[in-house]
Ligand binder design. Structure first.
Ligand SMILES: *[C@@H]1O[C@H](CO)[C@@H](O)[C@H](O)[C@H]1NC(C)=O
Ligand SMILES: *[C@@H]1O[C@H](CO)[C@@H](O)[C@H](O)[C@H]1NC(C)=O
Ligand SMILES: *[C@@H]1O[C@H](CO)[C@@H](O)[C@H](O)[C@H]1NC(C)=O
Length: 394
């Protein structure tokens, strides 16, 4: 029901006003935002072994094309997001600009399916086949392809990896399934990482975990594989619902933040129209189903294909858990008290399973939540200064 309601809100509000909103302008791309603020931007394209074409964005200081002395940082966006999320608070606050100012060579990845990575050699994005992936593919296909490109381009440097939300999930999957990547992570800063979901408070995720996912249910509730169908509809919905002082603002807040928790004290509300024109940036239903399985089983494990499917794929009736003992890269955890999806209890439980956890930072502000790691008014003091301190030391 939650899902149906969520999708209906977007579609209804968008379609009823289509007529009066005939020509939406596209929001600026990450490259445009970076250049607008006087930094140098580059776009790079990589392809994955299974045929997806992904876009990377790079941020350097103005005229800063001499990158030989700059250590490399790789930022990976979170659930339903894209690289643009990191940039929305501008040069005074946003992490990529802070890092570029501090002397780093900053790269930002985009997972398959989001607006910047919605291409495939064989499938179109309206083919159901295109959307047949979940976050394990982000970890074992997308991240290695992007990281290999960065390493090749920068002459073999190790990277400081910063993953928000699902960006951290995918990197943990990578480090367990292809442990050779541990040695190229100079540090791993996990911001609101999603791993175990024993204590999730998200009504949306809990509702999902109660459902049984037959193929019929998936297509009835969630469409043909893509979680949120149309960027155009969302663009309209975001602009119309989320303008400052609009009476609908509280509604608009509740729908996106149902997933992850929200408190209006922390969020910079002038950003809402920006956020809603870009969010969700597209993703497959199977990502959410996989998280729902993690809630249900209590295990951070591979996708559950049912007994027959599991036997065929894994040779066991249950999907194997990710072997966290394989993670040897030094991991620093940053998490927040009011995060519904990456709860302090679950992050601390995860920390006990890590062999090389080099720091745990619980944000002080009691109302800080999942998206405040990107858009919180005080995120610089609460999180980014600690991140910079850790990576500057290494
Ligand atoms: C880098 O900058 C230098 C000096 O500003 C310039 O001469 C050179 O052409 C630039 N190289 C590239 C690849 O943009
Ligand atoms: C909110 O974000 C806007 C746009 O980046 C910025 O101009 C403004 O100063 C921010 N407000 C606060 C209170 O930080
Ligand atoms: C932790 O990470 C550091 C830095 O990469 C490495 O030198 C060390 O061997 C790691 N320790 C363990 C126990 O894996």
């Amino acid at each position: 029901m939650w899902l149906r309601a969520l999708i209906c809100v977007f579609i209804l509000c968008a379609s009823s006003t289509l007529a009066e909103y005939a020509q939406p302008t596209l929001p600026p791309t990450p490259t445009e935002i970076v250049r607008h603020h006087g930094y140098t931007a580059e776009e790079h394209t990589v392809s994955t072994p299974d045929g997806y074409i992904l876009k990377l964005h790079r941020v350097l200081p103005q005229g800063g094309n001499d990158t030989t002395s700059r250590p490399v940082v790789f930022l990976q966006h979170g659930i339903l997001g894209s690289s643009v999320d990191f940039l929305l608070q501008g040069p005074q606050k946003s992490l990529p600009f802070q890092l570029a100012d501090a002397g780093y060579d900053v790269w930002m990845g985009n997972f398959r399916g989001n607006w910047y990575s919605r291409k495939h050699y064989k499938w179109n994005s309206w083919d159901k086949k295109f959307w047949d992936f979940e976050w394990q593919e982000f970890g074992v296909m997308d991240l290695p392809s992007m990281l290999d490109h960065v390493i090749l381009t920068t002459g073999g440097k190790k990277v400081h990896f910063i993953g928000h939300s699902q960006g951290a999930t995918a990197a943990f999957v990578l480090l367990t399934m292809q442990p050779e990547y541990n040695k190229i992570f100079k540090t791993f800063q996990a911001l609101a990482p999603i791993t175990f979901l024993k204590n999730t408070k998200s009504p949306f995720v809990k509702a999902l975990a109660r459902m049984t996912f037959t193929t019929d249910v998936v297509s009835e509730y969630l469409g043909d594989g893509q979680f949120i169908p149309s960027a155009r509809l969302l663009d309209l919905g975001g602009r119309l619902l989320c303008k400052d002082h609009a009476t609908t603002q509280s509604l608009c807040l509740n729908t996106l933040f149902l997933l992850t928790g929200f408190d209006s004290d922390q969020l910079n509300k002038t950003l809402l129209p920006e956020i809603f024109t870009r969010h969700p940036a597209g993703s497959s239903v199977y990502e959410l189903i996989h998280y729902a399985q993690v809630v249900k089983s209590g295990n951070f494990a591979q996708y559950d294909h049912g007994i027959v499917g599991n036997l065929k794929r894994y040779g066991s009736t249950n999907p194997p858990s990710y072997d966290l003992s394989k993670i040897t890269a030094p991991v620093t955890l940053h998490y927040a008290p009011n995060d519904w999806i990456s709860t302090p209890e679950d992050v601390e439980y995860f920390a006990q399973k890590l062999s090389n956890c080099t720091g745990k930072y619980l944000v002080q502000s009691p109302k800080f939540s999942h998206y405040d790691f990107l858009w919180g008014e005080n995120v610089k003091q609460q999180v980014y200064e600690k991140v910079l301190k850790v990576i500057n030391k290494t």
